[in-house]
Design a protein around this ligand. Structure first.
Ligand SMILES: CSC[C@H]1O[C@H](OP(=O)(O)O)[C@H](O)[C@@H]1O
Ligand SMILES: Nc1ncnc2[nH]cnc12
Length: 315
């Protein structure tokens, strides 16, 4: 059905879908905004505004496909800044992100989900990973706890929903504790066996190619951010097994997509019933940007101020 290409209502939650998750079936489309042009480039996909199907409709979600609708953007070339800037510009109160990951731990089985709380950055410095790294605009945000613990707890209350698995005697689990760590590598090639073993020694639990810079940019936008990692494989550390291939990943995407829909629809329904505290208050991040920017406002160019105003209209 054709929908408008503009939307006047308030938007509550931003969702970024990853590999295999280009839309959420549990959502009813209200509008489709064309890819948004921002001071940091154009978003990777149109932005679909939706509500939960069958819901009364006052809670709105903006959905972006990280790699584009046709998976055109490799992990190193995703327009991460445009994607996050657009969600902030639309006044989302939090960002929920989905990612297909490899497991670095036996107990995290393919098709299990994980709510990481820590990140080890193994990207190679070739991604634009900041809004505050220009001559004329210098800022340093805290990143010690890169995810929103409140948001993760909120999602974790629905862990029982992940009952569905291709192997019925093995239910899917949702793993969550304060130490759970996602390693982010550059890619696009998968890791060698030696690297995979090293990441385990580092304390990594899962691995992907996209949480950096997404999490950093969310923090610079003062947005509570949580990634739901959906395990597809055991990476390359198990000597007796074949290292990960894209076929293995693809083999688990549909089951993971099903569970992502179950979880997302419940989270959104609950948020629509009552907005969680961390979305009302900003999870302790609101106003932090003013303290983080070192450059004196009177020394900022008009262009710099316009960029900042795109993200923070009250700056
Ligand atoms: C096709 S496997 C590697 C690919 O999958 C993950 O994508 P996303 O995080 O967008 O779900 C991983 O980060 C890699 O980009
Ligand atoms: N093993 C792996 N390494 C990096 N990214 C992944 N995404 C899914 N599986 C992955």
């Amino acid at each position: 059905m054709a929908v408008p290409n503009t939307f006047d209502g308030e938007i509550d939650l931003g969702i970024i879908g990853g590999t295999g998750l280009y839309h959420l079936e549990c959502l009813e489309k209200l509008a489709e905004l064309p890819p948004m042009e921002t001071p940091w480039g154009t978003t990777s996909s149109p932005i679909v505004i939706s509500k939960v199907a069958g819901d009364s409709g006052h809670f709105h979600v903006a959905f972006i496909a990280r790699h584009g609708r046709h998976h055109q953007y490799p992990p190193s070339k995703v327009p991460f800044r445009a994607n996050m800037a657009s969600l902030k510009h639309l006044k989302c109160k939090a960002v929920l992100s989905f990612s297909a990951v490899g497991s670095l731990q036996e107990k995290i089985k393919p098709r299990d989900f994980v709510l990481p709380q820590q990140i080890i950055d193994r990207t190679k410095g070739i991604r634009n990973s900041s809004f505050l790294n220009d001559e004329g605009l210098v800022g340093h945000v805290g990143f010690g706890d890169p995810f929103s613990y409140s948001f993760a707890q909120y999602i974790y209350q629905f862990k029982h929903l992940l009952a569905n698995n291709d192997a019925p005697d093995e239910p899917c689990n949702l793993h969550f504790d304060k130490e759970t760590t996602v390693v982010c590598m550059e890619g696009p090639q998968f890791s060698t066996r030696a690297e995979s073993k090293m990441y385990r020694m580092f304390g990594g639990d899962v691995i992907n190619m996209s949480v950096i810079p997404e999490a950093k940019l969310a923090r610079e936008c003062e947005l509570p951010y949580q990634m739901i990692c959906m395990s597809t494989d055991y990476d390359a550390w198990r000597d007796e097994e074949e290292p990960v291939t894209v076929e293995t990943v693809i083999g688990n995407l549909s089951n993971n997509g099903h569970n992502a829909n179950l979880l997302a629809s419940k989270v959104i329904e609950e948020m629509a019933n009552e907005l969680p505290e961390f979305m009302k208050t900003g999870d302790g991040l609101r106003g932090s940007i003013k303290m983080s920017i070192s450059t004196k406002p009177h020394a900022m160019s008009k262009e710099t101020l316009a960029k900042l105003n795109f993200l923070f209209p009250d700056f």
